[in-house]
Design a protein around this ligand. Structure first.
Ligand code: SF4
Length: 382
């Protein structure tokens, strides 16, 4: 469907979204009159970025509103050094199992082999699964082989490894290499340390909040006075979130509001949070293109050391170093400092078919989303 058709569907044919867009325009104007020449609203999550881009929501925004993509793509920020370690292990008798997007994730620039996909082509043992449960099945079927599951993700995917560990359903020939990261610490890091990105509103992630609870984002309002809306993934959810943010800015009353109450509870999912407490331990961890983020990394606790692939690799987290790929500006993209189109390699040396940097790999990566929906910034007056 062309962008114009999508916009017509979203805006002209749907009286509800039409009304919300009109309210957005009205409040944007009122705020402009109050001196807000630019209002930056960050959508944390890659899936929100997809909704905004696919449905051309940026094209509907008044000129003083900028929708800024945030760090909500776990593959984009997974250290390339982890990939180096797993490439090495894939040639040392271990079968590496992971998701399709981590399979293509670029290794660090220090690695001779550029990804797990390339390692496989050169004879390394690497395979793709859809879930950790598939990895368990494969390992059980082949008890004489050794497997390592490369576990990439945010809070939404952490449960998939935590529950089998607690229920003791993992065979002894399957190990887990966690690359899990927590989302609130990176948001705090961004607000605290990244001074050149001024945010006036935050659209908090819906799926993650279903696990951790909407209350996990209270600090953004309490400490930084920034309107924060937990919202769903339909275009109308996103439009509503933008409207609520503008309304709060106009009233000068920043609040945390949960628009996604059909899925998200203030306290989150207590069962899953209980699993996390039993299985994981939290430490400072490196985010690719960003640096060391306090209390953001998720590692297996000592109780589950028999399954911990880190002990096989024997690489300390402190040794994980900067692994930015020369010329790739992914670190700036995930922090909202630049748009993908500002990277000179965008759709030239870096494409979804042949990704050069990590933000072009995953379906949640901002560069890939923009590349696959190339008309994102088209200025259409409806
Ligand atoms: S377009 Fe490619 S090289 Fe440029 S920032 Fe995005 S992922 Fe990196």
């Amino acid at each position: 469907m062309s962008l114009v058709k999508k916009l017509k569907m979203l805006y002209e044919k749907n009286p509800v979204s039409k009304q919300i867009v009109e309210m957005i325009r009205k409040y944007a104007k009122k705020l402009e009159n109050k001196g807000y020449r630019k209002i930056n609203i960050m959508n944390f999550c890659g899936t929100h970025e997809w909704t905004i881009t696919y449905y051309g929501i940026r094209s509907l925004m008044p000129s003083n509103i900028d929708l800024v993509a945030g760090p909500g793509c776990p593959v984009c920020i997974t250290p390339g050094s982890y990939v180096d370690i797993l490439i090495d292990l894939s040639f040392r008798g271990f079968n590496i199992i992971t998701y399709g997007d981590a399979f293509k994730l670029p290794a660090s620039p220090r690695s001779r082999i550029r990804s797990l996909s390339e390692a496989k082509a050169l004879g390394g043992k690497v395979s793709i699964v859809y879930s950790f449960l598939d990895a368990i099945k494969i390992a059980k079927k082949n008890p004489h082989e050794k497997y390592i599951f490369f576990a990439v993700g945010f809070e939404t995917t952490m449960a998939s490894t935590a529950e089998p560990l607690v229920k003791n359903t993992i065979p002894s020939n399957l190990f887990v290499y966690t690359a899990y990261r927590l989302t609130p610490p990176i948001m705090e890091y961004l607000l605290e340390k990244v001074k050149d990105v001024e945010l006036h509103g935050v659209i908090a992630p819906g799926h993650v909040s279903a696990v951790i609870g909407s209350n996990a984002w209270k600090f953004i309002v309490e400490k930084y006075s920034i309107p924060t809306i937990v919202t769903g993934f339909e275009p109308i959810d996103v439009l509503l979130a933008i409207y609520f943010i503008l309304h709060q800015l106009y009233r000068r009353k920043p609040e945390l509001f949960n628009e996604y109450r059909r899925v998200v509870k203030p306290e989150g999912n207590l069962y899953i949070k209980g699993l996390f407490e039993r299985v994981y331990t939290i430490k400072n961890a490196y985010w690719r293109g960003i640096g060391l983020v306090p209390s953001s990394g998720v590692f297996l606790s000592s109780k589950y050391r028999d399954y911990d692939a880190r002990l096989i690799a024997d690489v300390k987290e402190e040794d994980i170093r900067n692994d930015e790929i020369p010329g790739c500006r992914c670190g700036e993209v995930v922090l909202g400092k630049i748009k993908p189109t500002e990277c000179p390699l965008f759709l030239k040396a870096c494409t979804p078919e042949k990704p050069y940097g990590p933000c072009m790999v995953s379906i949640e990566g901002t560069c890939r989303i923009w590349a696959e929906n190339a008309l994102v910034n088209l200025d259409i007056n409806i």
